[in-house]
Design a binder for this molecule. Structure first.
Ligand code: MN
Length: 243
């Protein structure tokens, strides 16, 4: 049985948007992706009961009210329904110690959920930073990252450095509780975080789903998440005495 993993979509004019690259990357990692809509918000607990992992996908900006700030002039598009869904499903997943893979916006949602804050617009609030909104194709790797040695991510990037794509104008400012920054770009922007507890919580500021076809590290990231989801399933079964 392949593990079912919930994935949050974006909402555009009455449609759910999940880019195919997410579904392909998760399927190739041995997982069955299961998009969850705002229509399921009352059922978030039931969805989580049946899932073995959660993917928070990319998307627009989180409403800064969630981290007690007023909107900066350069804040991008905000979708209150998406915010509500993402925080509701993440809270359930964390409570259940379900494996979480958070991508781009997802990393920011995770950080805020743990009490952290964001730089609302990198170019204006940190003018010396690199370009993090690349204007090259999504599969192109535009900047380097350095990976912290004692981290799960370092199991993938064994020589401590890597190259990633970059499509974000926001970034972590204050880190949330129970999280560790495990990768940075040369300008000091946080590019990946992990949970410090025993459950699998991995978040990256780049888009591995757009790289995985030609990038061994991106493939390995989805495999690592898939492995955590499989372990989570076994754990549930043994708790119920059904294993
Ligand atoms: Mn970046």
């Amino acid at each position: 049985m392949k593990p079912l993993v919930l994935i949050t979509p974006s909402f555009e004019r009455g449609r759910l948007i999940v880019r195919r690259e997410y579904l392909q990357a998760l399927q190739e990692g041995g997982l069955l992706p299961w998009p969850i809509s705002i229509e399921g918000i009352e059922e978030v607990e039931s969805y989580c009961q049946q899932a073995q992992g959660l993917v928070l996908s990319g998307g627009g900006d989180v409403d800064p009210i969630y981290y007690h700030q007023q909107p900066h002039a350069a804040l991008g598009e905000v979708d209150p329904e998406r915010d509500r869904l993402d925080f509701a499903v993440l809270a359930q997943a964390l409570q259940r110690k379900m494996p979480v893979l958070a991508i781009c916006r997802g990393l920011q949602v995770l950080n805020i959920a743990r009490g952290g804050t964001l730089i609302q617009d990198i170019p204006r609030q940190k003018p010396s930073a690199l370009r993090h909104q690349q204007k090259s194709p999504r599969w192109h790797k535009s900047h380097n990252i350095d990976i912290v040695e004692r981290s799960q991510l370092h199991q993938i990037y064994r020589n401590g450095t890597g190259q990633v794509n970059s499509f974000h104008h926001q970034a972590i400012d204050r880190l949330g509780k129970g999280l560790q920054a495990v990768a940075h770009s040369a300008d000091g922007i946080v590019e990946a975080i992990e949970g410090q507890g025993e459950s699998f919580i991995m978040a990256v500021q780049w888009h591995p789903e757009d790289l995985f076809r030609n990038d061994q590290e991106a493939k390995a990231l989805f495999r690592l998440f898939a492995e955590a989801c499989k372990q989570y399933k076994r754990c549930i079964f043994s708790q119920n005495g059904e294993a």
